[in-house]
Design a protein around this ligand. Structure first.
Ligand code: ATP
Ligand code: MG
Length: 413
């Protein structure tokens, strides 16, 4: 019978890889907690409308990439990102009544119907933070600092932080108009996606990955408009202060005027963190400020800033971590005694296994040397005379000891 395989664009995370995931999660829990963040777990599916209204119905994510299905006349979507879900929960649970800022973090699977390739899956995992209630650039700076500190804690130091300001909806209008004007003569040469972006959301043109479009945006006259300083005084001041804070915190960054991000909800600060070691899917982190999203989804007007990192991309930058060995393996043919000793050691938080199928002594020892740091021999003689033989499997030294001493020795591995 043909075997059933994992779906295209999805992957099993196997036991031999799981230590790397635990490492990402443990470091996040520790550091994010130190920054005052609390974890939130929202459902993996939400009403489709949440993403249409939240992420924006002119974005690639909503237009092309969502897993949407009908159930009992309702349109449901597997979350393609988690900011919209966290904002929904923030509103629904009345979190705007808490003292600001409210700081939340999450981790979990996201779903996007994209062409699978290196660094791009259909089910992938993100870890991210959202901070509500602070309009000042201190929040943007602290959020970016948290991202860089987290990456540093994982041992990733050679990444580039790119920042830009998209201004506010008011100053962006003028910019959009100017971009449309200068691109008008080139309209027919734009890719099909850009043709539709031209009307619906001209800022998204700058995010186009098609070479022929990128070449058009590089022409001096067009580039001059794209790179022009369009943001209003307030937005410019916000951006300037953010940069001062980043300098003060020692965060290195580059300004990238073409950085617009693929989601509609951003205003003012946007940023990405990129690696040179990831090929074309080189962004590990993306984020920014989204001051109008809470209101757009029906909540109190609440400024917010956040980011998300791709956990698969993080893992691919890190050396793999060897699976941990057991502390000990009991070699014995006396099942009740082995079971009792295992129980006792486990209750002292020592990881231990023993042979459950009564194999020959040699086979048991072979297994012990593969999977444990110590072998504990519990043979006839040991049981009769009430002692234990302990073998350190990395040095091959063997000692006899008592059950009480055993705990001390193994615990101090
Ligand atoms: P990209 O430009 O690579 O498509 P994006 O702008 O769509 O990224 P975001 O929505 O900002 O990505 O998501 C934040 C992070 O999540 C990305 O920087 C990336 O590390 C990761 N990510 C996004 N889409 C995928 C995917 N399909 N597979 C694996 N990781 C992904
Ligand atoms: Mg994308």
């Amino acid at each position: 019978m043909a075997i059933i395989k994992v779906q295209k664009g999805t992957k099993d995370i196997l036991p031999q890889e799981i230590e790397s995931w635990h490492n990402l999660e443990a470091k996040a829990l520790e550091l994010f907690t130190n920054y005052g963040y609390k974890e939130i777990r929202t459902p993996i599916f939400e009403a489709t409308e949440l993403f249409a209204r939240g992420v924006g119905d002119t974005t690639d994510i909503v237009n092309k990439e969502m897993y949407t299905f009908e159930k009992s006349d309702r349109s449901i979507t597997l979350r393609p990102e988690n900011t919209a879900g966290v904002v929904r929960s923030f509103i629904e649970n009345g979190m705007f009544r808490q003292p600001m800022p409210v700081k939340l973090w999450y981790k979990g699977p996201m779903f996007r119907y994209e062409r699978p390739q290196a660094g791009r899956q259909r089910q992938f995992h993100q870890i991210g933070v959202e901070m509500f209630g602070i309009a000042a650039p201190t929040a943007d700076a602290e959020a970016i600092l948290l991202a860089t500190e987290y990456l540093k804690s994982l041992g990733l130091n050679d990444l580039t932080v790119e920042i830009n300001s998209l201004g506010c909806p008011e100053c962006r209008e003028e910019y959009k108009k100017r971009i449309k004007e200068v691109l008008k003569p080139e309209f027919d040469n734009l890719c099909e996606d850009c043709k539709s972006r031209y009307e619906k959301n001209p800022l998204r043109l700058l995010d186009c990955k098609v070479d022929s479009c990128k070449a058009i945006f590089e022409r001096p006259q067009i580039k001059a408009v794209i790179q022009s300083d369009f943001i209003c005084d307030d937005c410019a001041q916000h951006f300037k202060t953010l940069k001062e804070y980043l300098d003060a915190a020692g965060v290195k960054y580059e300004e990238n005027k073409l950085l617009v991000r693929g989601l509609d909800y951003y205003n003012r600060t946007v940023f990405e963190i990129k690696s040179n070691n990831l090929g074309s899917q080189n962004a590990v982190c993306g984020g920014g400020r989204y001051d109008s999203l809470v209101k757009n989804l029906g909540g109190e007007d609440t400024p917010a800033v956040g980011w998300a990192m791709g956990m698969e991309r993080l893992n691919s930058l890190l050396p793999s971590i060897e699976p941990k060995k057991l502390d000990a393996y009991i070699v014995s043919n006396n099942m009740p005694e082995a079971l009792k000793l295992a129980q006792e050691l486990r209750s002292k938080n020592i990881s231990v296994e023993f042979d459950l199928s009564n194999k020959k002594f040699n086979k048991q020892l072979e297994k012990a040397s593969k999977c444990a740091n110590y072998a504990i021999f519990l043979g006839e003689d040991e049981l009769k005379n009430n002692y234990i033989t302990l073998k350190n499997l990395s040095t091959a030294t063997q000692t006899t000891t008592t059950k009480e001493e055993l705990l001390n020795i193994i615990k101090n591995i």
